[in-house]
Design a protein around this ligand. Sequence first.
Ligand SMILES: Cc1cc2nc3c(=O)[nH]c(=O)nc-3n(C[C@H](O)[C@H](O)[C@H](O)COP(=O)(O)O)c2cc1C
Length: 200
Amino acid sequence: MKTLVLTAHPDLSKSRINRVWFDALSDAQEVTTRDLTDIGGAQLHFDIETEQALLMAHDRIVFQFPFYWYSAPPVMKAWMDQVLSYGFAYGPGGDHLKGREFLILVSTGGPEHSYHAGGYNNYSMAEFLKPFQQTANLAGMTYLRPFVAHGMALASQDQIEATVPDMLAHLTDPDLDPKVKQARLLKQLEDDPTKAAAVS
Ligand SMILES: Cc1cc2nc3c(=O)[nH]c(=O)nc-3n(C[C@H](O)[C@H](O)[C@H](O)COP(=O)(O)O)c2cc1C
């Protein structure tokens, strides 16, 4: 499984957590990383053919960003506006992303308990991330469970480093799509019916 990580941070050299994630992902097998701010430059301008060819060469597309005003930094939106074009990602003939997987990797300043009804951010991350989920739906991609690291504003370097193994395990887990996981379990069951109880 080939994974493409599109990193949307305004300045990775000033980042605490997204830089650590970017470096760990850059060393991972079968993972391509792209620093969109570096690639897009001051004008946030992308070579559409290059970006679209890269998307088509990968099975799992990851948007990585720090949560800014309950969404992604502007470079993410600039990339989306330019690259996810009519006839490519949606509309007539726009089925080039169909069947691929889509996953969000995000860090927040606010703590986990703030992202609930009754918490000071009121809404869950699933609610805040709905525009990305529907973008994936429109493009025919499978929206996978996001990976969220909360409370990063006050996290120590050790706490930041401690997120890396779980983040890598999540991003490279081939069974994140429940349909894929179920199919694998059913195959195991076919091969060994005595395992029926374990597969429910
Ligand atoms: C402009 C700006 C907006 C932010 N908005 C939010 C927000 O809406 N919710 C939140 O939990 N944290 C917010 N934060 C905190 C960042 O998400 C947090 O510090 C970031 O995830 C750390 O990433 P980094 O170390 O890679 O820069 C914001 C930070 C900045 C600079």
